[in-house]
Write a new protein. Structure first.
Length: 88
């Protein structure tokens, strides 16, 4: 029992040790550009130097004036009751 408590304590202390600090306080431009496609005028990657067409052009969606959302002025008839009602 004591051995397992001591072992658990040592593992906890070892995992809680501070991580190594970085060498410099600055981030290089190379590290910032690692997720970009390389653009080289020479070779096969020259096509990557020019952006292509916009993938999904901006669209505001459905406006109320187009009457595709419903609301006031839509041409949908009102729903009538399906069960008979008793009138006196």
């Amino acid at each position: 029992m004591k051995f397992s408590i001591i072992t658990l304590s040592l593992i906890t202390l070892a995992s809680a040790a501070p991580a190594a600090k970085p060498q410099s306080g600055e981030i290089s431009y190379g590290a910032l550009n690692r997720d970009h496609i390389p653009c080289s005028v020479k070779g096969a990657s020259a096509a990557n130097c020019r952006p292509g067409a916009e993938a999904n052009p901006y669209n505001r969606g459905c406006n109320a004036i187009e009457k595709c959302r419903g609301g006031v002025g839509d041409n949908v008839p009102p729903v009538t009751a399906l069960t008979p009602t008793m009138e006196s």
